[in-house]
Design a binder for this molecule. Structure first.
Ligand code: HEC
Length: 191
């Protein structure tokens, strides 16, 4: 019986290989080659950690899935209105973190601060965040849980942050209208 199971799974595995080789990611899943960033020195488009990123998807994650905007603000200045860190989240345009650093903070959060973790396996599987699980934290200092999303969304989110926020210099009316829409009231303070 055992060996039958083994053989059956090898056959299944072999059946998968042609399908895996035939797969290639869709074209729109690539970062625009003009994208550049000042922090970390590596343009998002040339960063191997960000291969396959989709900037449009990254914006959706920043706005609506990760709700990063509620604390960090649309332009990343940290002035979001979320009462957990009202006007006091990190200023992402000035962060010194490189790609890996951004990914780690987003996956694992910053324990003891309002910055939540966003991987469902964080602090369950010790491999994911610094060898730690929830039970390692003193009561009241446990990392906060944010919304969760997949690895591929993390890649798109970080590419978006590096391109549209960290690499974007001073906040401008143009950027604001690109984020919201032309003529948006949300940009009145920049007019
Ligand atoms: C509830 C509010 C809140 C939410 C939601 C939130 N953050 Fe944060 N974030 C913070 C705060 C507060 C800090 C500062 C933590 C500290 O004191 O080190 C921070 C820190 C960070 C940092 C570290 C910056 C640095 O230079 O050290 C990054 C990167 C970051 N957040 C990205 C994100 C992203 C991306 C999302 C959405 C997926 C997100 N945050 C969601 C509040 C939030």
């Amino acid at each position: 019986m055992r060996s039958f199971v083994k053989i059956a799974s090898v056959v299944l595995l072999l059946a998968w290989i042609p399908a895996a080789l035939a797969f290639s990611p869709p074209k729109k899943d690539t970062v625009a080659t003009t994208a550049t960033t000042e922090a970390g020195g590596t343009p998002a488009a040339d960063d191997p950690l960000l291969a396959g990123a989709d900037l449009e998807r990254g914006k959706v994650v920043y706005q609506r899935i990760g709700l990063c905007v509620s604390c960090h603000g649309w332009d990343g200045n940290g002035m979001g209105k979320n009462p957990r860190s009202e006007g006091a989240a990190a200023h992402l345009r000035e962060t010194q973190l490189d790609t890996q650093g951004l990914m780690d903070v987003i996956k694992c959060g910053v324990p003891t601060t309002p910055m939540p973790f966003h991987f469902s396996s964080a602090y369950r599987d010790p491999e994911v965040c610094f060898g730690a699980v929830m039970a390692d934290f003193e009561p009241g200092t446990e990392p906060r849980k944010g919304t969760t999303f997949r690895d591929k969304d993390l890649v798109s989110l970080v590419a978006y942050i590096k391109t549209a926020i960290i690499g974007a210099g001073e906040t401008t009316l143009e950027q604001c209208e690109a984020y919201f829409e032309p003529g948006s009231k949300a940009c009145d303070n920049l007019r």
